[in-house]
Design a protein around this ligand. Structure first.
Ligand code: NI
Length: 158
């Protein structure tokens, strides 16, 4: 396992659309392991492969609860319900935080790293994280969705 270099604001790869994963091979498993390690190193709740420079539809999420890291390959949101106004940040925008509106609940389908198709109903933080990461796979970042007047710059701790 290895920590991968993060891609940051201004890197045009963040606005590119990621491609579907067709085979779950050793190379993909290594990418997934590295994404989880990288996400944990920076205390992220989620990471999309594009953020480590790989245009594949893979995301990792960890709410730091008893479920452990969740890996979603080719995730799609098939249902959205309601709205929630939430505070959001992103590992690719390390000092920007803002409010955005996300669906309150989503139903998503994805393939897990064992190749099994999964359907999940998510709300609150998990719904937010899935939406944020799926946006990354479509070349969109949270800064494009900021509620006007809510952007805050927070300098990283020394
Ligand atoms: Ni992000």
């Amino acid at each position: 396992m290895a920590i991968r270099n993060l891609r940051y604001e201004g890197d045009e790869i963040l606005n590119k659309k990621s491609r579907e994963v067709e085979v779950i091979d050793d190379k993909l498993q290594t990418l997934i392991d590295d994404m989880i390690e990288t996400m944990h190193k920076y205390n992220g709740v989620g990471l999309a492969a594009v953020q480590v420079g790989i245009l594949k539809r893979v995301i990792t999420i960890d709410l730091y609860d008893d479920k452990g890291p969740i890996v979603m390959i080719n995730p799609i949101i098939i249902k959205e319900k309601g709205e929630q106004e939430v505070d959001e940040g992103c590992l690719s925008f390390p000092n920007k935080f803002a409010k955005v509106v996300r669906p309150a609940e989503v139903v998503a389908e994805y393939t897990n790293r064992e190749g099994k198709k999964i359907k999940v109903k998510a709300k609150e933080l998990l719904a937010q994280a899935i939406c944020h990461e799926v946006d990354h796979l479509n070349g969109e970042t949270f800064v494009e969705k900021i509620i006007p007047g809510t952007l805050e710059y927070i300098e990283p701790e020394e």
